[in-house]
Design a protein around this ligand. Structure first.
Ligand SMILES: O=C(CO)COP(=O)(O)O
Length: 252
């Protein structure tokens, strides 16, 4: 049985005091359940402090991005070894906002995924189509291309450990959620792509999240779908109460 993974992606939000307060409040109130994993994806600046705060709790801390190079003249960047050293366990890679505003490509995503595994970080790889692509019936082919590029060259067990977040771009921060059937259809397709290109075993183990306007009111229906194993949540992860409700939904 795959675990449910609920990850809150704070994006570029919260000052240090608010971040610390959130983690202090949330970490002690997580449901005691083997079925769900709870992650907060925080801005780089706060990572070491939040990791320290969560020691001995079930809350995991993730970064929202990283460079693929080990070190060097890359002003303003953070390396995979710096992240590992900070104590984070996961890293979000290829979020659509990074692809759109920071020239992230399928190629850099693949390099980052390899770098994550080289440093024992679990990548949360984001894929998803624009509204135009959905309307042109290109959703499955586009997402397939992104997934195949992201996992190219990985070993079977690395693919099995990757988390893929399907986030239709038109549903991010818009209040428009894909219906649970629409979301599941694409997540099923992603699993089939992995089964065909890697193995049935990797496809069976792979955690696939849905992201895009997930909130306490719609999370149960999304998580009840056959191929949705969790959620990557922006807006509704900024408040402790709603984050905890989302994690609670993952225990069922
Ligand atoms: O981009 C997202 C998470 O990475 C989704 O954001 P919202 O939940 O705010 O739509």
């Amino acid at each position: 049985m795959r675990k449910k993974v609920i990850a809150g992606n704070w994006k570029m939000n919260k000052l240090a005091a608010d971040a610390k307060q959130f983690v202090a409040d949330a970490a002690g109130k997580l449901p005691k359940s083997e079925n769900v994993e709870a992650i907060v994806c925080a801005p780089f600046l706060y990572l070491p402090e939040l990791v320290k705060q969560t020691e001995g709790t079930d809350l995991k801390i993730a970064a929202q991005n990283m460079h693929y190079e080990e070190n060097g003249a890359f002003t303003g960047e953070i390396s995979p070894s710096m992240l590992k050293d900070s104590g984070v366990t996961h890293v979000v890679i290829g979020h659509s906002e990074r692809r759109q505003y920071f020239a992230e490509t399928d190629e850099t995503v693949n390099k980052k995924v390899h770098a994550a595994f080289a440093h024992e970080l679990t990548p949360i790889v984001c894929v998803g189509e624009t509204l135009e692509q959905r309307e042109a019936n290109e959703t499955n082919s586009h997402v397939e291309k992104q997934v195949r590029a992201a996992i190219a060259g990985l070993a079977e067990d690395q693919v099995a450990e990757t988390i893929i977040a399907y986030e239709p771009i038109w549903a991010i921060g818009t209040g428009k959620t894909a219906t649970s059937e629409q979301a599941n259809e694409v997540c099923t397709h992603i699993r089939q792509v992995v089964a065909k290109n890697v193995s049935e075993k990797a496809a069976e183990q792979l955690v696939i999240q849905y992201g895009g306007s997930v909130k306490p009111a719609n999370v149960d229906e999304l998580l009840a779908q056959s191929d949705i194993d969790g959620a990557l949540v922006g807006g509704a992860s900024l408040e402790v109460d709603s984050f905890l409700q989302l994690v609670e939904a993952g225990t069922k």
